[in-house]
Design a protein around this ligand. Structure first.
Ligand code: T1G
Length: 698
């Protein structure tokens, strides 16, 4: 089936694109449009409409073609042909005209769109820049600042907003094709003028070198370490200082730099990894999915309240259960405070916030959960308490209700055994703050049914979460790996580094926050209590957490007490190194006869990241994660790992498995073999000379 068709409708030639699912600009699509434009040139048409079937106008270049041998016509070649047409071409936009899709519309002479349509240039999210004239055409229509905001944010804008900045010429209602044809006839009646965006001069009023310098500084702060945003800025500067053709050449040069960068390879990897994570190997495509119309949540603490918000935000009513009226009120107050914050930021109106809160019914009676389709337990992180809750749920909930635990660590199989319906039991591990963090670890128990699993994967998308399936182990995927990363942070402290040494290394690497600052944010009591629940064997070498334990016992719980690994300004919450902490570290090192030596940044980075990666290999060996890219999705969406490094496992291939394996061997001899045992899979791939990506695709 051809992805492009052409037919004459009166005096209007109609080019129809049909390349599901998003009309991405594959080679076939580019060739098809080229042929159609040439055909229209020769027939009796007086104007041409370019329209797409399916759910959206062209949503961009075909990302899956990147990195492969380019095939003519390139997108730029095609857009030059469109723009050179002697007959006006009208782009008829619906859905989301993104990236190369919007650039195609901008090469047309007119643009109309449904009011529901959106347009955007998300290339920056892939470590790229609009490489088919977008950096040169957009400023000519919108002006410099609006163009930079559009291209460096990568966020789509509504048709109304697009009209206001001249990206589209007309908003139409009803049937897009007939409206676009009518618009074409209007244009013909007005002389069928050819309006080329390239002929417009950029409005540079108020745009100085200082403007670009300041904008560049803002971009450096917002996109720490990323190169594409700065290159977009350079392209827009060229749109002011160079001719259109020269500007296209500048854009091309900088686009190729982006395309060839490891940052773009990593971000493109993350684009597909996130979509792949939603696919469960071996789960039949026709697995029936249950309707989730009513949700019960047990526990109105920070987590329970945040979880509840995810559902009412998409219109699903929630029954929130607490042990007594006071606790319930506290839970509802947490939710109210969260919404008030969102309203203050202007992201919601007060009416919207209140409509959502009105979808939450509080109760202290389990019987009220009898008709729930899904119940999520978010009580204290204690296995016995959780088992009691599930025994109760087993008694009151209707047959077929999905019973989920939000546990971070406990064994989902043990919890399932507390019920008579283990097939309906699953883990839904949200990340705090649950109404903000995108990641949702979906923990499949030994007896979790395909239907329960498929329903939760689908539900995740409805509540706008990024789902990753995990098997059952201590800490699932994210927290299990985090323990190794945290362990090395603690041992680096004991062996010679300061909190700031470690956190600056990891922040310069691109982590949102360093591990010790994260500890202070979460509260050192959380970690201490989690360690208290461990067996001696699970705890490992007692000196590992001696500093964290000492600070906890001093009442230094982190930001909440004004001091932890750092001291915090009570007003600004700015953190400062604290000599008391240095003293605690020295005392603990002496207590455990550990000689402290300065650690290089390279050593700190290698110890923390390779500990993370090595555990990731073990998780893959055990089948806890389906594929390496799932682990990357967990770390980028749940732990602030820089997306432009592709997640820990993609990063491992970037570093090279042999180098990691050898370094782990060196760490074993320097720091002891207790923690530095290379994963068998890592050893195997090094011996086979394979990358992790090759292994995953084999
Ligand atoms: N290329 C190839 N495949 C794509 C694709 C693309 N651009 N966009 C989506 N897909 C696939 C996706 O992998 C999934 O496949 C299916 O379509 C549905 O996607 C020269 C260089 C359009 C908002 O960055 O933002 O143009 O998993 O699950 O949630 O300047 O897809 O079903 O096999 O995301 O409804 C710029 C990326 C490219 C847009 C729809 N464009 N796509 O969201 O569906 S670079 C983008 C999206 C470029 C030019 C530059 C979203 C969507 P599968 P989905 P959705």
């Amino acid at each position: 089936m051809s992805v492009v068709s052409y037919q004459l409708e009166g005096e209007i030639g109609v080019i129809r694109v049909n390349n599901p699912p998003v009309n991405a600009l594959s080679h076939a699509l580019r060739s098809g449009i080229q042929e159609a434009v040439i055909q229209a040139k020769l027939d009796s048409s007086l104007a041409i409409v370019l329209i797409c079937s399916g759910r959206t106008f062209i949503a961009g270049a075909d990302i899956s073609e990147f990195g492969k041998k380019p095939q003519s016509p390139s997108l730029s070649e095609l857009l030059a042909i469109i723009e050179a047409s002697k007959k006006p071409i009208i782009a008829a936009i619906h859905g989301t005209a993104l990236g190369g899709g919007l650039e195609t519309a901008l090469a047309c002479h007119y643009r109309c769109a449904l009011a529901s349509a959106e347009v955007g240039l998300p290339e920056v999210k892939l470590g790229l820049l609009p490489g088919a004239g977008g950096t040169q055409r957009v400023p000519r229509l919108t002006g410099v600042k609006a163009a930079l905001d559009l291209m460096t944010s990568g966020a789509p804008i509504s048709a109304t907003k697009a009209l206001s900045v001249n990206l589209i010429d007309k908003i139409v209602e009803g049937d897009l094709l007939s409206q676009a044809i009518a618009y074409g006839k209007e244009i013909i009646a007005q002389g069928a003028k050819i309006k080329k965006v390239r002929d417009i001069k950029v409005d540079d009023v108020g745009i100085s070198d200082e403007f670009f310098r300041e904008y560049s500084q803002q971009l450096s702060k917002r996109y720490r370490g990323q190169k594409a945003p700065q290159r977009i800025l350079k392209c827009v500067e060229a749109a002011l200082s160079q001719t259109f053709e020269q500007g296209l050449k500048t854009e091309r040069k900088l686009f190729v730099e982006c395309m060839e960068s490891s940052q773009s390879a990593a971000l493109r990897h993350m684009f597909f990894a996130q979509r792949m994570a939603a696919k469960i190997d071996g789960l039949p495509k026709d697995t029936p999915i249950k309707d989730i119309k009513k949700v019960g949540i047990i526990g109105g603490g920070t987590m329970g309240g945040g979880i509840a918000m995810n559902f009412v935000n998409v219109g699903i009513p929630v029954t929130l259960l607490e042990i007594n009226a006071e606790a319930l009120q506290r839970g509802q107050d947490i939710i109210a405070k969260n919404y008030a914050r969102t309203v203050n930021k202007g992201k919601l109106t007060a009416e919207q916030a209140s409509a959502r809160q009105n979808l939450i019914t509080g109760t202290t009676h389990y019987d009220e959960l009898a008709e729930m389709d899904l119940v999520i337990e978010a009580v204290f992180e204690n296995l016995d308490i959780k088992k009691q809750v599930f025994r109760k749920l087993d008694q009151v909930c209707k047959q077929g209700a999905i019973l989920a635990t939000n546990t971070s660590y406990q064994d989902v199989n043990d919890i399932a055994k507390a019920t008579s319906r283990p097939q309906d039991v699953i883990g839904l591990h949200f990340f705090s703050p649950a109404n903000v963090m995108k990641l949702l670890e979906i923990v499949r128990g030994d007896n979790t049914s395909d239907q329960t699993l498929a329903t939760c994967m689908a539900m995740a998308k409805i509540i706008k979460k990024v789902p990753v399936m995990s098997g059952v182990c201590y800490g699932f995927i994210g927290n299990r790996m985090l323990r190794q990363y945290g362990r090395e942070a603690q041992l680096c402290l004991l062996q010679g580094a300061s909190p700031d040494d470690i956190d600056s290394v990891m922040q310069n690497f691109g982590m949102a926050m360093g591990p010790l600052a994260v500890g202070d944010l979460a509260g050192l009591d959380i970690g201490f209590k989690a360690r208290e629940a461990l067996t001696a064997e699970q705890k490992g070498d007692v000196k590992t957490y001696c500093i964290a334990d000492a600070l906890y016992k001093m009442g230094r719980l982190g930001q909440k007490t004004g001091a932890g690994y750092y001291r915090y300004d009570p007003q600004t919450r700015q953190r400062f190194s604290d000599p008391i902490v240095e003293q605690v570290i020295e005392e603990q090192a002496e207590k455990y006869s550990v000689e402290r030596h300065g650690l290089t940044e390279h050593t700190i980075l290698a110890r923390l990241t390779f500990a993370l990666i090595n555990e990731g290999f073990k998780i893959l060996e055990e089948g806890i994660a389906q594929r390496p890219s799932d682990i990357d999705v967990v770390y980028v969406n749940g732990y602030g790992f820089p997306a432009h490094r592709g997640g820990p496992m993609f990063y491992a291939d970037t570093i090279g498995l042999e180098k990691i394996y050898k370094t782990i061997g060196e760490f074993a001899s320097t720091y002891g073999e207790e923690y530095w045992q290379p994963a068998a899979l890592l050893k195997q791939l090094v011996e086979e000379g394979k990358t992790l990506t090759q292994w995953a695709n084999s």
